[in-house]
Design a binder for this molecule. Structure first.
Ligand code: NDP
Length: 478
């Protein structure tokens, strides 16, 4: 049978206008930083410098928090829910109108394939604003008492893996509930948050309701430790989450943490293999594996391990790694040199500890940060690659014989964010899901997100829920 090569299908980047430098978005305006320090953000697929952004210092954080406080006291907390909703609906509509531009910008700054930013991230961003707009005038019916009140100023720190989507997860419920926010995007992916600042202006959101400050870990620390912040919301590594929990312990600040994961994707011998293989691939190679709920541990029933792995390898060989702006690309660039180094180090540890490493033949571009989709078999539960979050396109395969063994292995992790179960028996799905210590359990699917569905973890994966009615609770005093 003849085979056909894919022709390149690049998305044009001309729809995006990236400025050479950006200020901070405070009180409805872009302002220069007081710290005088800046940092550059690069395209991880080419290492090209995209723009210079401010490294906000303590005085900048202070200005942003003051603006948020003023807007909270004078405007936003007093506004009727129905009126707040109008702004959220307006933001959602503008995100939809500018979706193509936002998707291209996200792929350029983050390295994720355009297919993903276009079809998953940006539509979900709009969906979150639509969803929480709907709640803004119905808070008294949310099950948190007859007269739930906003908390005040929220300090929000987000990671680089889903930059605009994490912003939406944080800002939409906060605003719907009547809080104002200061948000810090990750240092490697500030551009869509800054584009969102423009959207706030376009929506004529009152000044100070949303403030965006750029910078690194020190900026994040100054924000979460600021005395006038009432509520902290953080998504990122368990290590930083732990430091934040410690730093605000004993203060009246409210805290939600969404941290790492090491999800088990459990495939039983009665699962439809082709569908399971698609689910496994989506579970770990979606977004280059930079996903806190990634199915990074495949637990496969021993009797079907061989055919399943054969089929998985055939499927992995078809993954197209390369230019994030090419619409045929499945796996884009690793977000930063530092993250690439971490993936390399953990993968080398996997080999050193005796697991078998396999990747399909794969030409990686010469410039930029790249890592071929990788599979480890012969993995034991003690191996680092079975215990630590790699946060890259690396799958560790373990086997089991009985459902009880599957559950025990799945739960043998300090994390508890997500899990997957593949079987044709509904009763087995329910029985296994009931025993899994994970905030989200997908059955015969993986990495499915919906704004109406709560998301969050147990154990070292953090606490609190984002999304759905549950997601409002973190932003309401009741
Ligand atoms: P971090 O947890 O360091 O980054 C998350 C966010 O927190 C970023 O905005 C970061 O700023 C900020 N930050 C860093 N230090 C502090 C601090 N002391 N106080 C307040 N905010 C802070 O993750 P990394 O990017 O360093 O990634 C390291 C590892 O974490 C990854 O390899 C991965 O395993 C895991 N990770 C997990 C994520 C998840 O969703 N579960 C998301 C991201 C990473 P800045 O980036 O500007 O320094």
């Amino acid at each position: 049978m003849p085979t056909f090569e894919y022709a390149p299908a690049p998305e044009s980047r001309s729809i995006v206008d990236i400025r050479s430098s950006y200020g901070l978005f405070i009180n409805g305006d872009f302002v220069d930083g007081k710290s005088g320090e800046t940092r550059k953000t690069v395209n991880p697929a080419s290492e090209e410098v995209l723009a210079e952004v401010v490294e906000a210092g303590a005085a900048d954080v202070d200005a942003a928090v003051s603006a948020a406080r003023y807007a909270y006291d004078r405007v936003w907390s007093r506004m009727r829910g129905a009126d707040r909703a109008k702004y959220l609906y307006r933001i959602a509509r503008i995100v939809q109108e500018r979706a193509r531009e936002l998707a291209v910008l996200e792929s350029i700054d983050n390295g994720k394939p355009i297919r993903e930013s276009r079809d998953v991230d940006i539509p979900l961003v709009a969906a979150h604003f639509f969803y929480y707009a709907g709640w803004a005038d119905k808070l008294q019916h949310a099950g948190f008492g007859p007269d739930p009140r906003p908390i005040g100023v929220a300090g929000q720190v987000i990671p680089w893996n889903f930059p605009l989507l994490m912003l939406a997860w944080k800002i939409a419920p906060a605003l719907a509930a009547g809080n104002t926010v200061v948000l810090k995007p990750a240092e490697t992916t500030p551009l869509t948050a800054l584009a969102f600042a423009e959207i706030c202006r376009q929506a004529e959101l009152p000044p100070g309701v949303v403030n965006i400050i750029t910078g690194g870990g020190d900026t994040g620390r100054a924000l979460v430790e600021h005395a006038d912040v009432d509520k902290v919301a953080f998504t990122g590594s368990t290590e930083v989450g732990r430091a934040i929990a410690k730093s605000i312990a004993g203060s009246p600040k409210r805290l939600t943490l969404e941290l790492g994961g090491k999800a088990a994707n459990i495939v039983f011998d009665d699962a439809p293999i082709d569908q399971a293989v698609e689910g496994i691939v989506n579970g770990i190679f979606f977004n280059q594996g930079h996903v806190c709920c990634a199915g990074s541990r495949l637990l496969v029933q021993e009797s079907i391990a061989e055919p399943l792995l054969d089929s998985l390898k055939r499927r992995m060989a078809l993954l197209r790694v390369g230019d994030p702006l090419d619409k045929n690309t499945d796996v884009g660039a690793i977000n930063s040199a530092a993250q690439l180094e971490r993936i390399r180090e953990l993968s080398a540890a996997g080999e050193a500890e005796g697991a078998d490493r396999w990747s399909p033949p794969c030409d990686l571009p010469a410039r930029g940060f790249w890592f071929a989709p990788t599979l480890f078999t012969g993995v034991s539960q003690a191996h680092r690659i079975a215990r630590e979050e790699i946060f890259g396109p690396v799958l560790s395969v373990l086997t089991f014989r009985t459902p009880a063994e599957a559950v025990e292995k799945a739960n043998n992790t300090p994390y508890g964010l997500s899990a997957g179960v593949w079987t044709e028996k509904g009763s087995r799905i329910l029985a296994i899901a009931d025993q899994l210590r994970a905030g989200v359990v997908w059955a015969n699917t993986f990495n499915k997100f919906d704004p109406a569905s709560p998301f969050g973890g147990y154990k070292e994966s953090g606490y609190g829920r984002e999304g759905g009615r549950h997601g409002l609770e973190a932003y309401l005093a009741h």
